[in-house]
Design a binder for this molecule. Structure first.
Ligand SMILES: Cc1cc2nc3c(=O)[nH]c(=O)nc-3n(C[C@H](O)[C@H](O)[C@H](O)COP(=O)(O)OP(=O)(O)OC[C@H]3O[C@@H](n4cnc5c(N)ncnc54)[C@H](O)[C@@H]3O)c2cc1C
Length: 218
């Protein structure tokens, strides 16, 4: 497995609790949008999916900072001159072509592979991005402008508050259950295991002839 070391170029808060990390891309590092790299840290390893296009000057990631998380803590402490050891690329969660209409379903930073798809020319499909609150709708501009259909699914909009444009009040599972027309789709699911389990069960019940591709973050 290819192993390389590279340096931190930029780090910024994309949204509350979500960091974007940019690393210099060594010229010989190539990947397919949707793949991930493994950070080899002191005594542990963590995987992160690239949000950048393969030919960009930097390799970019969006990282949900979790309370008590080892990498979450180490990445916030890393100095401006930090460098990281990585292996990869790894993974097979890549766009399969337009055989059936694509439905991309993400929660939180699970949107990462779909950002990479959009930056590499995928321009058709429905994307459901599940978040708790609207301030976590990262990469909204590129997702909205690249894909035919972009629906933020916001689970905690107070009843009396107006929804942001296009937004659905509720979880991605509720949207799929109530709004998606019967049909045969290519579903791409990325995020935490609980969402993947719920959506997979729903697809089995309502969209049984569809194809399913999954990337689980835990
Ligand atoms: C193939 C793959 C790709 C991934 N890509 C990304 C990515 O692009 N962006 C990204 O943010 N993460 C991604 N992850 C998850 C990532 O690898 C780590 O698991 C995560 O960042 C937590 O690492 P940590 O060391 O900070 O926390 P840990 O020390 O591993 O965990 C601390 C605690 O936090 C909990 N926890 C872990 N993640 C979350 C979460 N998201 N929300 C709430 N609680 C959590 C754990 O269950 C544990 O109890 C990916 C995982 C895989 C397997």
């Amino acid at each position: 497995m290819p192993r390389f070391r590279t340096r931190l170029v930029h780090r910024r808060w994309l949204a509350p609790g979500i960091l974007e990390l940019r690393l210099a891309r060594p010229e010989d590092v190539a990947f397919i949008p949707g793949q991930f790299l493994r950070f080899v840290m002191d005594g542990y390893e963590r995987d992160y999916t690239m949000v950048s296009a393969p030919d960009a000057a930097t390799i970019d990631f969006c990282i949900a900072v979790v309370d008590g998380g080892r990498f979450s803590s180490d990445i916030q402490k890393a100095g401006a001159d930090a460098s990281f050891q990585l292996t990869g690329p790894h993974g097979h969660f890549v766009f399969q072509g337009p055989a059936n209409p694509a439905v991309f379903v993400a929660t939180g930073t699970g949107v990462a592979p779909f950002v990479a798809f959009c930056r590499s020319g995928v321009d058709n499909g429905l994307l459901l991005h599940g978040v708790g609150t609207a301030d976590r709708l990262i990469y909204r501009d590129i997702l909205q402008s690249s894909l035919g259909d972009y629906v933020p699914c916001i689970s905690r909009i107070p009843e009396k508050m107006d929804r942001p444009a296009n937004a659905f009040r509720g979880r991605v599972t509720h949207y799929l259950e109530r709004q998606l027309k019967p049909g045969t789709y290519d579903f791409y699911l990325c995020g935490r295991g609980a969402m993947i389990r719920d959506v997979t069960a729903l697809i089995d019940q309502q969209f049984g002839d569809s194809r399913l591709f999954i990337e689980t973050y835990d």
